[in-house]
Design a protein around this ligand. Sequence first.
Ligand SMILES: Nc1ncnc2c1ncn2[C@@H]1O[C@H](COP(=O)(O)OP(=O)(O)OP(=O)(O)O)[C@@H](O)[C@H]1O
Ligand SMILES: [Mg+2]
Length: 474
Amino acid sequence: MFKKLPGDEAQNLVSTTPDTAVVFRPAVLRTPAIITILIFAWRLLAGIVRLIWRHPVALAVLTVPCLLGVLYGWRVALVVVTVLVSLLAPWPFFDRASFNRWMGWRLLAWWRLVWVYRRHWQPVMTVSGLGRNLRGRDYLPRLVKVTCTSWADLVTVKMLTGQAVKDWSDRIEHLAHGFGATSCRVTIARSGRLLLVFPRRDPLATPLPALSIPEVASVGPVEIGRCEDGTPWRLKVHGTHVLVAGATGAGKGSIIWSTIRGLLPAVRAGLVQVWALDPKRMELSYGRDLFGDRYAASPADCADLLETAVRIMQERADRYAGLQRSHTPTVDDPFVLVVVDEVAFLTAYQSDKGLKLRISAALATLTTQGRAVGFGVLAALQDPRKEIMNIRNLFPDKIALRLDESEQVDMVLGDGARDRGALADHISPIPEQGAGIGYVRLETSPDPIRARAGYVCDADIRAMVADFAEEATQ
Ligand SMILES: Nc1ncnc2c1ncn2[C@@H]1O[C@H](COP(=O)(O)OP(=O)(O)OP(=O)(O)O)[C@@H](O)[C@H]1O
Ligand SMILES: [Mg+2]
């Protein structure tokens, strides 16, 4: 076997096949020393330029005092550094955001690059199997850069030629533990490059109170909570159907109530109607006065209400036929949001076969034909398996709250979602820490986003009923 060894040893290597006189001796080409020196000098120069370009602040913080010390003595360096530090010290107290943007996150990114990622890069890549050792040479994916946000490290990586995103998404646990993070998410930055997201803390760890009711009546995406990066979590309900899956106590109620809350001004303006189906009688019944006679709890009433919705939808579709292809909410033709809590009680677990068929048919009709004529379904359920919810694929948008099993994540969010970091089965079952937290896939990106819905407590619902019940039921 040939083994590539440094320097002269290669030329002494001899390989022979047993019992024959055939002898192989590797040809050794000597590289002139000047070429080796030039290559190393070029690499050093490129490294320095890259360092100055990527980490100017960290470099200045490190080199300026040293330069001053060498040029003018340590006393001058000490004085200049003390003056600069005292001038800059009030900055984070007065404007923390700008301090973090210009100094804090940049210094932290440099420190994390050097101390965490660069230091552990080779062992983690080798042990996780993302690096390759070919003929004695290590080939490692390239660590391109590290940037920091308030809650996570974003690590850009150049994959080895021929590697697939799946090679990385299969190893998120190796990466997370290797670099001392609780989890890792893999997203594609561009061809051949990945962005690995390593959270440093959980910005969603504390419950979010119910968001204030919007001033403006709108059916546009409804703000229902916060995403992990601090941006608002906006849920689109008009022009789609949404399925919320989560184990018992996962906080499905907070998604339902936050959505209704965000739509209340539009309900008051007559642009939206909320129809409520509450087979468990534990969720929507609390604000039942908001729905008037568009509320049903028993399976028979639910079937009737759904069939009424289908009838109105089809009348509307007849009127629109040949005239318009999409719906704009008006007082005459409002957007109808059919909210169904625990939908499996009406379908899979329904013992009355006739009712079960009627309800399933009505739900399937609404979800297949309702989108363009202003009918949307927001359904919640505990178990996302196909046997329980055979029409789950008719819901274009899905939310995975806390789930019991890892396989359920891909059932809700689609293939590969868990591998890319949608760890819905790892969400804490302690309500304060995990209820209302879920993963969503936005239309714009295949990568799952982690978000938490605001918690609409009983007092909030009572206040909503007191303020809006009268107009909502007209
Ligand atoms: N967004 C939230 N933030 C913080 N805590 C929440 C949130 N949503 C719910 N909770 C807490 O979790 C508990 C359970 O929530 P909820 O009833 O909405 O769960 P669920 O998914 O509907 O459960 P089930 O399937 O049993 O009806 C609530 O009583 C509340 O204490
Ligand atoms: Mg519930």
